[in-house]
Design a protein around this ligand. Sequence first.
Ligand code: PLP
Length: 390
Amino acid sequence: MTNAVMPTYARADVAFERGEGPYIFDTNGRRYLDFGAGIAVNVLGHAHPTLVKALNAAGSKLWHTSNLYRIPAQENLAATLTAHSFADMAFFGNSGAEANEGAIKVVRKYQSANGRPERYRIITFEGAFHGRTLATLAAGRQQKHLAGFGPVVDGFDQVPYGDLAAAKAAITRETAGFLVEPIQGESGIRVPPPGFLKGLRALADEHDLLLAFDEVQTGLGRTGKLFGYEYDGVKPDVMALAKALGGGFPIGAVLATMKAGVGMTAGTHGSTFGGNPLAAAVANAVMSEILAPGFIERAAKVGERLKSGLDDLMRKHGNKLTEVRGRGLMLGLKVQGDMGKLIDVLRGNGLLVVSAGDNVIRLLPPLIIDEAHVSEGLGILDRSLRDFTP
Ligand SMILES: *Cc1c(COP(=O)(O)O)cnc(C)c1O
């Protein structure tokens, strides 16, 4: 069969037609344990009854109205997100890149609304990934993503991740703020040194800059806490969310404090689809599950169990694995040898995982997995590592 899809992805030759909890079934009826979860998206697994019910209820009532009118489900979602975070307000879009674009705009607007339009530059960090729009590409500054798409959008300065002294030295009269992932996902589950985010907070306060966190991947329970920033005892001024927020339905959000969002008045930003009744209804259902008492604590425990199992595997297959990284159910395995080949072996043995930079395999299972799924996944990893010749 010819394929008319623009070939921008290196896809594995497998297609899925059905999912159930942490399992997914391909078009030949083969079952896989899904520890990729659509790249940290299917936070409640596949076909979760609460989400199916919410989608069907909203789907037979009202899909879309535009943001020319009030949207009660969207207001409800904003109330939930702000009640459980640092933020006072939320803007809704459809993806992680759009959420980061919004965050970048909030940072710039804050400075200009305070009479300092010359402050428009944002300091970002090597290895960052913020999305594939022109501004978020410039923010991430990965050569492999930027090639051929120049000129690069102006307004971003990059320093090494985790390097507070470099971040401080990069501040100029034109700096507006910082944009940073509490744990870098795409570049290989890189956890910053303790004190790094706190140090950025202090620098931001000292220079009246805004601190923006990209929690598109780390947010909503993934790291074992509702937000990744909770580990560091600091709060941002702005935050981008997406991936898990719709549990598979496309929706993203920019959260901001009242202070940071001061310039975001009527007409300054918008999105036709953002937070429409259908998307907001599904996201409300996701949030009700994630915020249920004990849900995240349970996922954090399961994450610890998975991590200690991975540590055991590293001891056993020390010539093929060199490091276990991450928090909660956002875990990385640094591989010695051909990572792509190992991912294929794993899939052949019934386990889906996601590649990342630095030769790291990401394990991002749905947060609903239990000990039995952990054992099953570890068993497949063990067998696959035995069969894998680097
Ligand atoms: C996935 C991701 C994005 C981009 O999200 P899209 O929905 O693909 O636009 C941005 N930032 C981080 C940290 C991500 O993991």
